[in-house]
Design a protein. Structure first.
Length: 275
DNA sequence: GCCCAGGGATGCG
DNA sequence: CGCATCCATGGG
């Protein structure tokens, strides 16, 4: 699947790694398409992802971090095979996002980013997070780091309004005020449902945002964030009359179990870019 | 002008 | 618990 070189990671199995699909599947907001590579940011780290002939090269100064970030030790062709065996009706959706992988991202950045994402669109979300990086982060040369938690705690409501966060600005201040780094790390030991109840206590984190944090930070597989796009998929493939997102989520997790988070990304990517 | 975007907080029963 | 209403902002 991959080889570690001196200053980059070489991906040689492109049947389960497509950087365009990974970045456009809506799980990451901090990245930029440059002339001949992608600049991928996570917290205070960065990687340059270059497509070459039959390989993709990930240039970074922190190879171990991005091996984990891109989940390179997992074999997604195994996941895809299991999905095809059990749910052959989704072969088209699976083929469409064949190169998607589940990113393991920066903790604080995800709490803030997913809170900003509520009732928002990806273009505006990216713009706000870029503003946070460039106006409260550290200049790292080629990019700006995501602000540290200490720095975030110094920011006021006005700052988040200037960042384009709209009415979420006051929620963000309350959320950030309540965040405690050690407590967030201790959450790793909690089971999905227990942790979700903890996350729901924070201002700005409801059921959907909690599910996104569970999968992008805490590596939970048995969550299925239901947004407007998943709602459309649900109406198309499951029940066209269902309007209760909670019932959709419960049924989807019950159906897909530990493949839920991955299939959710596939569904989202498919619905967003077809028809 | 309306509708939509990776929904959530609040209040009311 | 369920349910309705309101919420900034920019693009279509």
């Amino acid at each position: 699947m991959f080889k570690v070189k001196k200053d980059y990671i070489e991906i040689n199995d492109l049947s389960q790694f497509n950087i365009d699909q990974i970045l456009e599947s809506g799980q990451i907001f901090s990245y930029e398409k440059m002339r001949d590579y992608y600049l991928v940011l996570s917290g205070n780290k960065c990687a340059k992802v270059k497509k070459e002939n039959n390989v993709v090269k990930i240039f970074t100064s922190d190879i171990d971090y991005f091996i984990n970030f891109f989940d390179l030790k997992s074999d997604y062709n195994v996941y895809k095979k299991i999905i095809l065996e059990n749910f052959p009706q989704f072969v088209q959706i699976l083929n469409y996002g064949y190169g998607i992988r589940m990113l393991k991202q920066d903790m604080v950045e995800m709490f803030v980013s997913w809170a900003i994402s509520a009732n928002n669109n990806i273009k505006r979300i990216k713009k706000s997070i870029k503003y946070l990086r460039e106006n409260a982060g550290e200049n790292m040369g080629e990019f700006y780091s995501f602000p540290t938690l200490d720095k975030l705690k110094q920011l006021d409501e006005k700052f988040f309004i200037a960042a384009g966060c709209g009415y979420r600005a006051s929620q963000l201040v309350r959320l950030i005020d309540a965040l405690d780094f050690q407590k967030l790390k201790d959450y790793y030991y909690l089971e999905t449902s227990v942790l979700k109840n903890e996350l729901l206590k924070y201002c700005g984190i409801g059921s959907k945002v909690a599910d996104c944090i569970l999968m992008s930070v805490y590596d939970k597989k048995d969550v299925f964030p239901v947004d407007t796009w998943i709602e459309k998929v649900y109406h198309q493939y499951f029940n066209e009359n269902e309007k209760d997102r909670k019932k959709m989520r419960e049924n989807l997790v019950h159906t897909f179990q530990n493949l839920s988070a991955y299939i959710q990304q596939l569904f989202f990517y498919f619905k967003r870019f077809t028809n």
